[in-house]
Design a protein around this ligand. Structure first.
Ligand SMILES: [Zn+2]
Length: 297
């Protein structure tokens, strides 16, 4: 196993005994190395735009307390915040109730290969294993959430079916690794929420969101330890299950390189919450070189 003397990164051991069994690597994933550098830069800028909002809010509270009957107004303000928090908790409980009763939870006996992957990836990412559900929906999508205090990953059948039909079942590891990445990188935690007021400046908020997605692709790549698994999943998302297998990934990446500098491509990127699919393919290839992730056939 190769180890970087600089940061301690160990190249994935594709033949090692994976925690949870199966074909997954066993090496710990260093999040500081896997996190996209643009995510950090965009988070700093989002913080810059969030700071005036927090300062204005603080100034408003201080001003309120100095006014006659300020104590009463401050109490009303705090009560309003309390209601907002309660409303959010209620919404989360509702969504959680829906997921728990409409999706099937992955376990040692329910889709054991998915459970083994979730166990392996969570262990290597240093997080407690979230509850993973598979739920019916025609959308090619999946999501990570914190619902009523529990970490949850939901894989929608639109993506699951397509990945299994057009690739290999192990390609679901990319889907799962990406969503676990959101949990491991703290995208659903309080520190991230502190940045949210900066979202009034939409281009920076969207920039940060795109870089978070690219970070999670890198996490998923490291989880799978296999560029081919990652590209198969993203190609599937791009063209669907029928043509995925015969898609020339190299040509698709060259297509991205050909168009990436065009004005309307750049303009559209500014207002995209997610990185373009062909961009994701190009970034994965670059990340595989940077993270020394194997390409297997
Ligand atoms: Zn994501």
């Amino acid at each position: 196993m190769d180890t970087c003397t600089g940061c301690g990164w160990r190249a994935p051991d594709l033949h090692g005994s994976a925690a949870g069994g199966g074909r997954w690597p066993s090496a710990t994933i260093p999040l500081h190395r896997v996190r996209d550098r643009g995510e950090v830069t965009s988070a700093i800028w989002l913080g810059v735009f969030a700071a005036p909002v927090w300062i204005a809010l603080l100034a408003y509270v201080v001003l309120m307390l100095r006014m006659p009957r300020g104590g009463l107004m401050a109490t009303a303000f705090l009560v309003a915040i309390g209601f907002a928090v309660l409303a959010r908790m209620a919404v989360e409980a509702f969504i959680h109730a829906f997921v728990k009763t409409n999706g099937v939870r992955v376990s040692e006996t329910q889709y054991p290969d998915l459970h083994a992957a979730a166990e392996n990836f969570s262990s290597r990412l240093g997080i407690r294993q979230p509850d993973v559900y598979v739920m019916q929906s025609s959308l090619w999508n999946a999501f990570a959430a914190k619902l009523a205090g529990r970490r949850v990953v939901v894989l929608l059948s639109g993506a699951v079916d397509s990945v299994i039909r057009g690739g290999r079942r192990e390609d679901l590891g990319f889907l799962l690794g990406h969503e676990l990445g959101h949990h491991a990188l703290g995208h659903l935690d309080w520190a991230q929420r502190l940045l949210a007021p900066g979202s009034w400046f939409v281009p920076v908020a969207f920039w940060h969101r795109r870089r978070m997605e690219l970070s999670c692709d890198r996490v998923a790549l490291a989880c799978a330890g296999d560029l081919e698994v990652a590209t198969r999943a993203v190609v599937n998302m791009t063209v669907g299950s029928c043509l995925a297998a015969e898609t020339d990934v190299g040509e698709a990446i060259r297509q991205w390189e050909q168009h990436r500098g065009e004005f309307f491509v750049k303009y559209r990127t500014v207002y995209s919450l997610h990185p373009h699919h062909l961009w994701r393919l190009a970034e994965l290839k670059q990340a595989a070189i940077e993270l020394d992730v194997a390409f297997r056939r």
